[in-house]
Write a protein that binds this ligand. Structure first.
Ligand SMILES: [Zn+2]
Ligand SMILES: [Zn+2]
Length: 441
């Protein structure tokens, strides 16, 4: 299935039938990186869970300052501007921004690990097996104690081991107490569920960047990430789909301080060591905020084999503090990340030319973006390709080529049938094509 789609995408964006090829070649020759990148303005909100250590406004200022510095150094582009919107209690944040009656809620609920009950994993078995097949058997075996590894010699056995691990890890976490109550107490769990945070981000309308002090449990039962469930099952930061937020191109960012501030032995990173308040703020600013901006803005994935200068490194063998040191000691951009950044730059060229009504240049740039984007990106590759196809369709329509516009709209719908915008656009094009036919009998 996956291979077919990738082949399909290659076909959709191949040069065959594409009249603007010369423009693409031209723009490649005179290419300037980030010529049309516009630094975004990000609204920042501090969300406070009273059970955990507070974050002050001056902490936030320091985090943002380091994030801006690191962004500029690592991506070679001006950093976004930050607008601090103040602080809010976590209860109010959820009350204002999470709609439990939305159709999406049931979907997230169906994939949630339910704390305090026996979870029936058989309902998720196929999904989990497909998920585990992203890795080689040996890679997954490495998460188990050495003397047990030989027992996990098939994906089915690994599935059993991973499920047992998720069950026992979450049971262990639920025995941890904060202010006399379980950290996963029913009255608190809704603010500490990753599934709820993800859905909240899908619905968020005004804050691009959330800084919080809460503990967030990794509870997507269908995707038991080994790096998460074999460590402390918590989420320290993410870049997530947020269609109503435009500053980061439909994505929002969460960064949390819990992992660095906690004194609960279970959650302490054994590699961390003593870290001052100031260092803690700088590390969060660089390692979480700027890193997540790299995901959201440039579509960079996590890397495990990039040089020490790379902000997208997600190595498990060093602490945040050690990783931060490496970034400072190895300034400048990562050469291996350049392909992602170049591809993203083409996309922004497309946006710029479209706005300038230079449609054939826009088509050429979007095509170049589609062809040069690596398959492994932050978020869904298929979804991003659908967006580009939709933009190309709009540009073809603007130059009066309805046939090309229809073909590209069909591509967008095929690649990402869940986006109503593409379906509406396709219907509109079909209607105008029909009117045209009727006018020319
Ligand atoms: Zn990451
Ligand atoms: Zn890199």
């Amino acid at each position: 299935m996956k291979i077919n789609i990738i082949a399909l995408i290659a076909f959709f964006f191949s040069a065959v039938g594409f009249a603007g090829k010369t423009h693409a070649e031209e723009s490649l020759k005179n290419y300037k990186l980030f010529e049309h990148y516009k630094p975004a303005t990000l609204n920042v909100l501090l969300v406070i869970d009273e059970d955990f250590d507070d974050i002050s406004e001056s902490d936030v200022a320091q985090m943002l300052k380091t994030a801006a510095f690191m962004f500029k150094d690592k991506f070679g582009a001006p950093a976004p501007e930050f607008k601090f919107a103040g602080r809010m209690s976590i209860e109010r944040f959820f009350a204002d921004n999470l709609d439990r009656k939305s159709p999406d809620f049931a979907d997230y609920e169906a994939r949630r690990f339910k704390v305090g009950t026996q979870n029936d994993f058989t309902q998720w078995r196929e999904k989990i097996l497909a998920f585990l097949k992203r890795w080689k058997i040996e890679e997954l075996q490495a998460f188990f104690p050495e003397e047990e590894r030989a027992n996990y010699d098939s994906y089915e056995k690994l599935y059993d081991g991973v499920v047992a691990q998720m069950n026992s890890k979450i049971a262990e976490i639920s025995r941890i107490k904060i202010n006399g109550r379980s950290i996963l107490d029913p009255s608190k769990i809704e603010y500490r569920s990753y599934q709820n945070w993800r859905l909240l981000f899908k619905q968020l309308t005004k804050y691009d960047l959330i800084i919080t002090n809460t503990f967030i449990l990794y509870d997507d039962a269908t995707q038991p990430f080994p790096h998460s469930i074999f460590t402390s099952c918590k989420v320290g930061g993410f870049s997530s789909k947020s269609p109503k937020l435009t500053a980061l191109g439909g994505r929002g960012i969460m960064a949390n301080t819990f992992g660095m501030d906690t004194r609960i032995p279970f959650f302490i990173d054994p590699l961390q060591g003593e870290v001052s308040r100031c260092e803690r703020n700088e590390i969060i600013g660089a390692f979480v905020l700027a890193h997540e901006m790299g995901h959201a803005l440039f579509k960079l994935p996590d890397h495990y084999d990039h040089p020490d200068s790379c902000l997208m490194n997600n190595r498990m063998d060093i602490s945040y503090a050690q990783g931060y040191r490496l970034l400072i000691d190895n300034p400048g951009t990562c050469p291996k990340c350049a392909i992602w950044m170049t591809a993203r730059s083409y996309f922004w060229d497309g946006e710029f030319y479209f706005e300038q009504k230079e449609y054939s240049k826009a088509i050429a740039a979007y095509m170049q973006a589609a062809r040069s984007t690596p398959k492994n990106i932050d978020g869904s590759y298929q979804e991003y390709m659908a967006l580009i196809a939709y933009k190309i369709s709009k540009a073809w329509f603007a130059v009066g080529d309805v046939a090309q516009a229809r073909a590209r709209a069909a591509t967008a719908v095929k690649l990402y049938p869940w986006e109503q915008l593409y379906k509406d656009w396709q219907a509109e094009l079909e209607k105008s094509a029909k009117l045209n036919d009727e006018r020319q009998p």
